[in-house]
Design a protein around this ligand. Structure first.
Ligand SMILES: [Zn+2]
Ligand SMILES: [Zn+2]
Length: 348
């Protein structure tokens, strides 16, 4: 079927309207009308080919919320009219050990990304959520629970699950001492989710500027990372620190903050690390780890949890034709909310 979206044609060109075809529904596919799409830092990197693997034209977008408007003949989980969502992946092998455990994000054969990834059957490059319509197999479709505000749900599909998954992996619950570095799209979600799980939450920031914002999100305190005295006093006082900073930085000041068996988990793609010091790692049996998004079952669990606890991202709604300005603002950084595109603003 014909649809319309916004694409970048090269690393230098801005995003612009782009007409293209969505595949004819396979028996296990649903067709959704996209209502909202969040803007993730990855979209910016991919549009600009910052990682060197972008295939043009690229239609970004992997925080997608919409409504089912057609279903394939074998679809059983969804019906026309359902509110649904799609995150960062749209397919995986479905038979390896990781897929069978529900960890499709770790598929041994690699999962199929929502955009800029070859379809497993046709090899056509996938196009993301900056578009009117999306076709996706039902196994990779999430249900938006009643009670979640559709217009603010989209960022949960990447920023939400990327921070929820490590909180669950490291068993955060009442009494856990959690630190969050960075208070952007990911960081602000990490705070809200950790607070809702019952943790004692500290935001780590270079200055006191974000103290009020951190507290408004539910954090118990802000620790100024430039304050050496305060940092020394905080040694061995965290079970888990989630580092959401999306640019290169030194991890050395943060490792000693971990208690015995504590973990510093990186969720931002920052490339090679500065040389970490092994002494605090060895002596405190501390770990530096990484974590991607979660599997489909865990993503659904996160959506249901957010509906139950009424957790929603801080969002700023924009029109589709404001995308290039939003990218610029995102590039300049220091935004503690998520831009969300109102897809009704995209006229065919
Ligand atoms: Zn993302
Ligand atoms: Zn697999």
């Amino acid at each position: 079927m014909k649809t319309i979206g916004y694409a970048a044609q090269s690393a230098e060109s801005p995003l612009a309207p782009y007409a293209f075809e969505r595949r004819t529904l396979r028996s296990n596919d649903i067709l959704m009308e996209v209502l909202y799409c969040g803007i993730c830092h990855t979209d910016l990197h991919m549009a600009h080919n910052d990682w060197g693997w972008t295939q043009y034209p690229v239609v970004p977008g992997h925080e997608i919320v919409g409504r089912v408007i057609e279903i394939g003949s074998d679809v059983t989980r969804y019906k026309v009219g359902d509110s649904v969502a799609v995150g960062c992946m749209v397919d995986s092998c479905q038979h390896c050990d990781q897929c069978r455990k529900g960890e499709e994000q770790l598929c041994r054969e690699g999962n199929t990304n929502t955009y800029n990834s070859p379809d497993r059957i046709t090899q056509d490059i996938t196009y993301g959520g900056y578009s009117k319509h999306l076709v996706v197999r039902e196994e990779f479709t999430l249900r938006v629970p009643d009670g979640l505000d559709l217009s603010r749900t989209a960022p949960l599909l990447c920023a939400g699950i990327t921070t929820y998954s490590p909180l669950r992996t490291w068993n955060v619950g009442p009494g856990s001492r959690v630190g969050v570095i960075g208070l952007g799209g990911l960081g602000h979600m990490a705070v809200k989710l950790a607070v809702a799980l019952g943790a004692d939450v500290t935001v780590l920031s270079r200055s006191k500027n974000k103290e009020a914002a951190a507290r408004a999100l539910g954090a118990d305190r802000l620790l100024v990372s430039a304050d050496e005295d305060a940092m020394t006093k905080a040694h061995s006082s965290f079970d888990l620190i989630i580092d959401t900073v999306p640019v290169k930085h030194d991890l050395k000041p943060y490792v000693p903050l971990l208690d015995v068996d504590g973990t510093l988990v990186l969720v931002g793609q920052i490339g090679p690390l500065e040389e970490p010091n092994t002494i605090p790692l060895i002596l405190g049996r501390r770990r530096i780890a990484g974590s991607p998004i979660g599997g489909i079952a865990e993503t659904q669990e996160m959506l249901d949890f957010c509906a139950r606890k009424n957790i929603l991202p801080e969002c700023k709604m924009i029109r589709m034709d404001e995308i290039n300005e939003a990218f610029e603002q995102l590039e300049q950084g220091d935004i503690s909310y998520r831009f969300v595109i109102d897809m009704a603003s995209l006229k065919s």
